[in-house]
Design a protein around this ligand. Structure first.
Ligand code: B1M
Length: 219
């Protein structure tokens, strides 16, 4: 079992490998996480996702540009491929339902949605992933086809999130009982409520807790 110090060191190295868009090192470090008995879930959140947060900041400071962003996300996925099969959520989560997820139309930012998906996978949910730039009508059709209890919609831009109230209205018109969650950097609890969503979560981990809470309330 790794010491707290060693764990911190390894997580920081994973963060740094994402920022340095070094997929090979990132994958090796994630293998070390498994070998040394460190919780892979911590490595996703405090290593990979934290690295991508730093990358976002560098982009905003104009130190990184689009090519670097894409290379960093490749490094994140290289680590994710190693960790994903081993991530297990905590005791308070249960395999409870079906979730339909996607990034709203006009928006191709899918890194966050994929992290959210990995956490739902870890918690044992049955997942239908519509990917990114999903047409509003498609959410409605796929909810009907899959009968998913929860629909989780991501938006990463202040422009694309404007379509959320519309799709929420469409989904509720078809099935008033469907639980709709929204998330993504520009969203807040207040906006989610204003849009008519049933739930909101600021990050991938709390998204699973929120979905469990909403589903337990509904049944
Ligand atoms: Co773009 N981008 N981008 N981008 N990009 C942003 C979002 C932006 C804020 C950058 C900026 O200008 N400061 C800005 C949006 C501005 C706005 O809001 N209006 C922006 C822009 C403008 C654009 C383009 C238009 C640029 C251009 O072409 N001129 C273009 C958009 C094209 C389009 O979508 N139609 C574009 C393109 C790209 C890339 C392709 C280069 C790349 C995306 C690669 C990909 O996703 N496959 C990219 C990236 C990487 C970013 C930033 C740097 C990082 C986003 C990210 O991946 N964050 C971003 C700036 C930033 O965030 N600092 C930016 C890491 C990720 C783990 O976090 O997605 O927030 P996030 O997910 C979190 C939570 O939000 C939450 O959990 C996740 C994990 O904890 N969460 C949920 C997410 N979904 C959830 C759902 C839930 C619950 C929680 O329940 C349903």
């Amino acid at each position: 079992m790794a010491t707290e110090e060693r764990t911190g060191e390894l997580l920081k190295q994973i963060h740094d490998a994402v920022v340095a868009y070094d997929g090979e090192t990132c994958a090796q470090l994630c293998k070390a996480v498994l070998e040394e008995g460190i919780d892979p879930y911590q490595a996703v959140i405090k290593g990979l996702a934290a690295g991508m947060d730093t990358v976002g900041g560098l982009y905003e400071k104009k130190e990184y540009f689009v090519p670097e962003l894409l290379l960093c996300s490749d490094a994140l996925y290289a680590g994710m491929d190693i960790l994903r099969p081993h991530v297990k959520m905590g005791q308070d989560t249960r395999a409870v339902g079906k979730i339909l997820m996607g990034v709203i139309e006009g928006d191709i930012h899918d890194i966050g949605k994929n992290l959210v998906k990995a956490m739902f996978e870890a918690a044992g949910w049955e997942i239908y992933d519509l990917d990114k730039d999903v047409k509003l009508q498609r959410f409605v059709e796929e909810q009907q086809r899959t009968n998913a209890e929860v629909v989780a919609i991501s938006a990463l831009m202040t422009t694309s999130m404007l379509a959320m109230p519309k799709v929420i209205e469409m989904l509720k018109a078809q099935n008033p009982d469907v639980i709709i969650m929204v998330g993504g950097a520009p969203l807040t609890q207040e906006i989610a409520q204003k849009y008519g969503a049933d739930g909101y979560a600021p990050d991938a981990v709390s998204a699973v807790h929120e979905a469990n809470r909403l589903l337990a309330k509904a049944i």
